[in-house]
Design a protein around this ligand. Sequence first.
Ligand code: UDP
Ligand code: MG
Length: 321
Amino acid sequence: MKKISIVVPCYNEQEVLPLFYEEIKKVMTQIQQAHADTTFELLFINDGSRDGTLSELRELAKKDEIVRYISFSRNFGKEAGMYAGLENATGDYVVIMDADLQHPPAFLPQMYEIVLSGEYDCATTRRVSRKGEPKLLSWFSRKFYKIMNKISQTEIVDGAQDFRFMTRQMVDSILSMKEYNRFSKGIFSWVGFRTKYIPYENVERAAGTSTWSFWKLFRYALEGFFAFSTAPLTISSVLGIISCLVAFIMIIVIIIKKICFGDPVQGFATLMCVIFLMSGLQLFCVGIAGQYLAKTYLETKRRPIYLVSETEADVRKASKS
Ligand code: UDP
Ligand code: MG
C-alpha cells in the first residue's frame, strides 16, 4: 500500500473549500483507478482564518475519514502552514498545494507517475507566463529572481511554485531544516534531489481574494535575500573599502595642493555633500548588518514555528461521545 498525503494551507478559504474538496476527490478516484494500492490523506492547515474555514473543515472531517486538519492558534503565515503540514503528514508521498485551485489538482496523476518512475524525487509546476498579474509586479518579480540568482549559491527557479509532489526522503530532508525564518523557495532548492518542472499557464483564483499585497511580496523578497545570501554584507564591506580609497586619494590631492598653491578656504558645499553621502552610506551598511543580526536574534530565541489550537481528533472525539 502507498499513501499520498495532500497538505493544504488555508487562510480565509471558506468559499473555495467545497470546490477544492469536490475537485480533489475526483482526482483521487482517478488515481485509484490506475493504482488500486494507493490511499490518501487530506491534511488541511487552518492558518488562523477569520471566516468560516474552521467550521467548514470540522464538517469535512466529520463526514470523511481521510480528512484531517490542524488549526493554528493565530495566523502564522503560509510558510509555517507548509511546515506544519510536512511535519504532520504520514504518507509515503507528500503533496503541498493551495486551496484556491490555482494549483490544478488535475496535475496530480501526472506528478504521481513522474515520482513513481523513480527518476525524480519531486514533481512541481512552473509558471511560463505571468498573465493576469499587474505589469509592475511581474517586472519586480523578474528582477528579484535575476538578482537573487546572482548573489545566492542556492538556485531559485523563476516561476517555480509551492505546488509540489515529494517523496518521504525529500520531506524528511526539508524537515531537518529547523530554521525559524523560512523561505521555502530557497529551502526546496537547497535540499537538492531531482526535481521535474512541469510548465503550465497561470490560472486565476477560483473564489475569494489573494492575501498577497505588493508590500507583503516585497518583504518576502527581502526575506529571501537575507535568508539565502550574505552578499549584502559583502557589498557593504566593498562600499566601505571604496570610500576609504576615495578619501585617501582626496587627502593626497589636498596635501599636494596645499604645498604647491597654498590653501584658500573653499569648498564648503563639496564638504557638506561628502559628509552627507558618507554618513548615509554608513547608516545603510549598519542597517544591512542589523538585518542579519535581527534574523540571528529571532533564530536564537528558538520559538516554535506554529502553535496548534485544535485538530480533527478533537471533533471526532466530540462526535463519538
Ligand atoms: N495562505 C496561508 N496563510 C497566509 C496566507 C495564505 O495559509 O497567511 C494560503 C492560502 O489559503 C492559499 C495559499 O496560501 O491556500 C496561497 O495564498 P494566496 O492564494 O493568497 O496567494 P497567491 O496565490 O496569490 O500567491
Ligand atoms: Mg492563490
